[in-house]
Design a protein around this ligand. Structure first.
Ligand code: BGC
Length: 424
């Protein structure tokens, strides 16, 4: 059976600067990766040297058949010292945009993907009352330098993950704060920064398409688990989607399903945990932190099939999240800006893409304005605190020689992109 996608449907891949460029020395992550006791499997180091190899990397992606390349620009390189912008870094990213265009693709540029300059971290990062003003100035400088050829701008990648993983301490990421106040301050800061970033891009290019990319999971619960599920979903997703109602598009990023089931006897305790301010403030964050996997690894029983990340193998979760985004922001253009699987066995990636796209085809048939699908990730890369063990790439990278080899999944997905059709 052939499933054809609407004309003009966008196909592509995504990366993020710190995960691929290498030697991101002025960033908070670079410093954190070297601090004794940091829970990181290995430092990012040279990553996959995308900083130097972007031209051939981009050619390879275009050759495989993709039409969009989503990449991020690194604030720590562009503004290594507060207020001082590096023209060479800006020229480098302008060159990346030109390389994408010269290869017949369209660029989506992410302005912030988890990492920040060390000077901004010293101010408190997104908790700083100055964050929106500083982020606005940075975004404006980038838009001015990269110009009006950027097809889509993404202000902030997965604010919910950053807030919970870094500021509430769920993943032990920088800045490493662990209290509820820091978490809420960061969430507010990220919300304001999204709006400030969007304004900055629009001030330079009023016709630019601007949005944010949101980590969304297929949340489910039984009756007893429901208050906790709703609480988690609210602070991972809804508080950020709320400030995106003026955006031009919404980026949805989904990896799995998160079922929050609890025994019936636990229902009163869960209601109290979420409902009573002192428990919510002091006990609930401890519970969230104790689940360093962000609850993604909860699943229903030992027989559940899992990815290398330990998540449930649930490619169709992406259809559930796109439907939810469409319900919350009716009529808004939607784009899957990340969907992928950590898999050493590449045939699992082919199956994941196939099942994910089948589910999305039904979403489109139901009239939901889904405009594109970008796979995470173009290359195997630095998977944050887990280092290089996790393989999310369509393209294998030998980090000793830096040689790139497209996997069968890259050819498979490239064919879908070229033909706009999935054959099942
Ligand atoms: C992030 C990526 C990350 C991917 C896989 C998303 O949360 O945007 O940076 O590598 O998931 O875990």
């Amino acid at each position: 059976m052939s499933l054809t996608f609407p004309p003009g449907f966008l196909w592509g891949t995504a990366t993020a600067a710190h995960q691929v460029e290498g030697d991101n020395t002025n960033s908070d992550w670079w410093a954190w990766e070297r601090k004794p006791g940091t829970p990181v499997a290995e430092p990012s180091g040279a990553a996959i040297d995308h900083w130097n190899r972007y031209r051939t990397d981009i050619e390879m992606l275009a050759g495989l058949g993709f039409g969009v390349y989503r990449f991020s620009v690194e604030w720590a390189r562009i503004e290594p010292v507060e207020g001082s912008f590096d023209p060479a870094a800006l020229a480098h990213y302008r060159d990346m945009v030109e390389a994408v265009l010269a290869n017949g693709m369209r660029p989506m540029v992410t302005l912030h993907h988890f990492t920040i300059p060390q000077w901004f971290a010293a101010l408190g990062g997104f908790m700083s009352p100055r964050a929106p003003e500083l982020f606005h100035r940075y975004c404006k400088a980038v838009t001015q330098a990269l110009g009006t050829d950027v097809a889509w701008w993404c202000t902030i990648n997965e604010p919910g993950v950053l807030a919970m993983g870094g500021y509430l301490g769920a993943f032990g990421w920088p800045p490493g704060t662990t209290d509820t106040d820091s978490w809420h301050r960061a969430m507010n800061g990220l919300r304001k920064c999204h709006v400030a970033g969007r304004d900055a891009v629009k001030e330079v290019d009023p016709t630019a398409k601007v949005g944010a990319t949101h980590a969304m999971s297929e949340y489910e619960s039984n009756e007893a688990g429901r208050p906790l599920m709703e609480y988690l979903r609210k602070f991972n997703e809804d508080v950020f989607l709320e400030v995106c109602d003026q955006d031009d598009f919404v980026g949805v990023q989904t990896y799995s399903r998160v079922p929050i089931d609890a025994p019936r006897w636990a229902a009163p305790a869960i209601r109290a945990l979420v409902g009573l301010a002192p428990l919510r403030r002091h006990v609930l964050p401890r519970l969230i932190r104790s689940r360093t996997d962000g609850f993604e690894n909860t699943n229903r029983g030992p027989d559940v099939r899992r990815t290398d990340m330990g998540y449930e193998f649930r490619p169709q979760a992406v259809a559930a999240t796109v439907r939810r985004a469409a319900e919350l922001l009716p009529g808004k253009d939607l784009m899957v800006t990340e969907h992928g699987i950590a898999a050493t066995d590449d045939s699992e990636r082919i199956e994941f893409i196939t099942k994910g796209l089948e589910s999305l085809h039904r979403v489109i048939a139901d009239g939901i304005p889904l405009r594109g699908y970008l796979h995470w990730s173009a290359f195997d890369n630095f998977e944050w605190a887990l280092g290089y063990r996790m393989q999310f790439g369509l393209i294998d990278v030998d980090r000793a020689s830096m040689e790139r080899t497209p996997k069968p999944s890259a050819l498979f997905f490239g064919e879908i992109a070229r033909t706009n059709t999935l054959t099942v």
